[in-house]
Design a protein around this ligand. Structure first.
Ligand SMILES: NC(=O)c1ccc[n+]([C@@H]2O[C@H](COP(=O)([O-])OP(=O)(O)OC[C@H]3O[C@@H](n4cnc5c(N)ncnc54)[C@H](O)[C@@H]3O)[C@@H](O)[C@H]2O)c1
Length: 270
């Protein structure tokens, strides 16, 4: 990997990963439609809107691997999700193909499988159960990754990210938390592992309350360094401040499941 492109560089994850990427690869190109606030001397930033294929092709020029974090990162209207995550994601993979990019790491989400109950333990091969239009767009992105891998030979890793940050913020996040250094480790496997064709990993640190079987990531050498239970007291204290959410507390996707919820399944979630 000589030149690595990171989309979504001005966002939360992009801002956390930028300093960790410095010096790791000979050239890192940061991109977003907004300029990141914390650029350092030596950082290379090129603005591009994912909705514009020409602009996306330009940022993919000469690139070996892409960390694709750009997009609409919460539930939104269909227009918002459609332009950033459906059209934008298609443009990213298509530009990568046209420009001969070898690897793409796609930031998928736990919301692609959010309607699995918390009582289930699932692997990466389960049927998607998205909990939102946002979650549907992540299933779409995973499908694109699979297609561009099988049909065009791009090595693609979809990471179903839980929640990224320095500490898990509440009870749910004790199960799905991902420290940014562990995310970097997963990204590096996606960019550098010699045998990657198409894989799905869960983006989770060492979480003893996990709902996910992440053995696929472990088989590629992933060894998370951060442990959610080290922050249990803080997370539970924060949880105590939150209102109960019958639907959200039952399913893995939390509040994304209860938002706009109209199904009558009280027999299931009480
Ligand atoms: N933060 C998490 O814990 C988490 C969890 C699961 C998945 N993800 C995924 O990881 C990625 C990054 O998440 P984040 O929390 O940093 O999100 P964020 O919203 O903070 O950052 C996303 C960035 O994408 C950029 N963007 C949006 N639309 C664009 C477009 N049309 N063209 C160019 N840039 C565009 C935004 O300007 C923003 O800087 C997202 O795809 C998100 O869905 C994040």
């Amino acid at each position: 990997m000589k030149r690595v492109l990171m989309t979504g560089a001005a966002g939360g994850i992009g801002t956390m990963l930028t300093p960790l990427l410095r010096g790791l690869y000979p050239e890192v190109v940061l991109s977003d439609m907004r300029t990141p606030k914390e650029l350092a001397a030596g950082d290379k930033f090129v603005a591009a809107n994912l909705e514009n294929l020409d602009e996306v092709e330009k940022i993919c020029e000469g690139v070996d691997g892409i960390l694709h974090f750009g997009g609409y990162s919460i539930e939104g209207t269909w227009d918002q999700i459609h332009s950033a995550n459906i059209v934008g994601c298609y443009n990213l993979f298509e530009a990568a193909r046209r420009k001969g990019v070898k690897r793409v790491i796609f930031a998928s989400s736990n919301h692609a499988i959010g309607f699995y109950p918390r009582t289930t333990h699932i692997g990466t091969d389960v049927t998607p159960r998205p909990d939102s239009r946002y979650g549907v767009s992540k299933v779409f992105g995973e499908a694109l990754g699979s297609l561009y891998s099988d049909k065009h030979g791009i090595g693609v890793l979809s990471i179903r990210i839980g929640n990224v940050g320095p500490i898990p913020l509440d009870h749910r996040r004790l199960s799905i938390w991902l420290h940014q250094e562990d995310l970097l480790q997963l990204c590096r496997i996606g960019l550098e592992h010699p045998e990657l064709s198409y894989e799905v990993f869960y983006g989770a640190s060492f979480n003893e309350r996990t709902w996910w079987d992440n053995s696929n990531a472990y088989s590629y050498g992933y060894r998370p360094k951060h442990r959610a239970e080290d922050f249990r007291e803080h997370a539970m204290a924060e949880q105590a401040k939150l209102p109960a959410d019958k639907v959200g507390d039952f399913y893995q996707g939390g509040g994304f499941c209860s938002a706009e919820y109209t199904a009558d399944k009280k027999d299931i979630w009480g």
